[in-house]
Design a protein around this ligand. Structure first.
Ligand code: UD1
Ligand code: CA
Length: 452
């Protein structure tokens, strides 16, 4: 591919989104629109990526920390052509092509952008526009053709009734030669909106006797521009459905394909069964033959084969094979559960390792702990890990049995094969093989009956 650079337009007010956040900060499929567009162009290895910012730019900058990106700033939102102009300084001595892309086309694929660039290279015309066809062209700039070539792009507000019938629309993705900088000053403000439209470049080039070609994208969904919450919801649905179909093809089972939400980066293995109401957020891998049941939420986690998760909230966790979670468990970051571990209802585990075959079956809080293999944690057991200032560790050795309703006041170490009596508040270490019990002895006496 010839040398090219990218300008992403993201300075607009996004008024139609009706939000206190800039439009491109909104997530589609658990990832912001701007990050999606950056990721799509990045794969094509452009010489530069410039993002034009304006309205509440700090929100967008924050999402792009760590990316190799330059920023240009548009002080007043005077339209898409004016936005492109703000990047001109960066390209003063640059001779490659310039790909301009709206920041609100989150579903665009790199391959489609690449086709546009290749068409521009092949034809060597000064501009190429990516277009697509839709039965609902309302709001889009319409493609007015002269045979194979593009005569002009007419915006909705300026289109005649006949032009409004045109179903071929502008995607907001263009590839220009470096001559774009000579054309931009010729653009006049639009009569209806008083903005400088990048789309006017086409008509100006035609007037100068130049040709503009069109790359027609088969899939309209890819080029959908997201201007409001309705279109955002529609994009979510499309992306989710794409992912569900990809997973169905890989052997994942869904009881109701319309009632799950799966992030597009999720990896899920064969024969895993996903029940209705499951939300798999970013950075999750689930192995083969697992079952994930209703209303579970999973993020940043690695789950191995044959696990069963029901109605649970799982964040930042590693589960080995055959682990059973829930119903109604809360697993928090840096939790590692080894093979065959069971965590039952209303138990919470944070920053802890629980080794093979151990059970935390009912109503417990385990934080900053290391629990050995074959340990039974009785119902209602709490690690008191926080003293108001610092967090402290609880260690419990293998084969120990912890009775119900035990408090471990950390830091505290329990050896292997220990028995802790129910109801104990354990403040001192217990060596391996011992029994520890801490509770006042029971008094039983005759009841005094008031009515007597
Ligand atoms: C634009 C196109 C339209 C096309 C559609 C595709 C123009 C004039 N029209 O319309 O032909 O069919 O996209 O989705 O370009 N922006 C700035 N500064 C501004 C104004 C806009 O940076 O002063 C940015 C926005 O942040 C946005 C992009 O330019 O990312 C497009 O602006 P938007 O208002 O969404 O244009 P549309 O009306 O969708
Ligand atoms: Ca738009």
């Amino acid at each position: 591919m010839k040398h090219f650079s990218v300008i992403i337009l993201a300075a607009g007010l996004g008024t139609r989104m009706k939000s206190c956040l800039p439009k491109v900060v909104h997530n589609v499929g658990c990832k912001s629109m701007i990050n999606r567009v950056v990721d799509a162009v990045k794969i094509l290895k452009p010489d530069n990526i410039v993002v034009v910012l304006g309205y509440k730019s700090e929100f967008i900058e924050k999402l792009l920390v760590g990316e190799k990106i330059k920023f240009a700033y548009q002080k007043e939102q005077l339209g898409s052509a004016d936005a492109v102009k703000q990047a001109q300084k960066i390209f003063e001595s640059y001779f490659g092509d310039i790909l301009v892309i709206n920041g609100d086309v989150p579903l665009i694929k790199s391959s489609s952008i690449s086709k546009l660039i290749n068409l521009k290279n092949k034809t060597n015309y000064p501009a190429a526009v990516l277009a697509s066809k839709t039965d609902e062209p309302f709001g889009y700039g319409r493609i007015v053709r002269n045979g194979l070539f593009l005569e002009k792009i007419i915006e909705e507000k300026d289109a005649s009734p006949v032009e409004k019938q045109i179903k071929e629309v502008n995607s907001g993705i263009y590839c220009f030669s470096k001559d774009i900088w000579k054309i931009l000053p010729k653009i006049k403000p639009n009569k209806a909106k008083k903005e400088y439209y990048i789309t006017d470049v086409v008509e100006i080039l035609n007037r100068l006797g130049e040709k503009v070609c069109v790359s027609l994208n088969e899939d309209f969904c890819e080029v959908m521009g997201i201007n409001n919450k309705m279109e955002l919801a529609n994009a979510e649905r499309i992306l989710n459905s794409r992912k569900v179909h990809e997973l169905l093809n890989k052997g994942v089972m869904f009881l109701d394909i319309n009632n799950v939400y799966i992030s597009d980066d999720a990896k899920i293995g064969e024969d895993t069964k996903i029940y209705p109401g499951v939300f798999v957020d970013r950075n999750v891998s689930i192995g083969k033959n697992c079952t994930v049941k209703g209303s579970s939420y999973i993020i940043n986690s690695e789950i191995e084969d044959n696990c069963v998760i029901s109605y649970s909230y799982i964040n930042g966790v590693k589960l080995s094979k055959n682990v059973k979670i829930g119903p109604f468990a809360h697993l928090r970051p840096e939790t590692i559960l080894k093979e065959n571990v069971k965590v039952g209802n209303f138990s919470e585990i944070k920053k802890s390792v629980v080794s093979r075959n151990s059970k935390v079956n009912h109503l417990s809080y385990i934080g900053d702990s290391n629990i050995g293999a074959n340990v039974n944690i009785g119902a209602g057991t709490i690690t008191c890990n926080y003293d108001g200032a610092k967090k402290h560790q609880t260690v419990i050795g293998s084969n120990s049995f912890i009775g119900s309703n035990v408090n471990f006041v950390a830091p505290v170490r329990i050896g292997k094969n220990v028995l802790i009596g129910a109801g104990s508040t354990i403040t001192k270490n217990v060596k391996s093989g011992l029994v520890a019990i801490e509770r006042s002895s029971q008094i039983t006496k005759k009841r005094v009956n008031r009515s007597e």
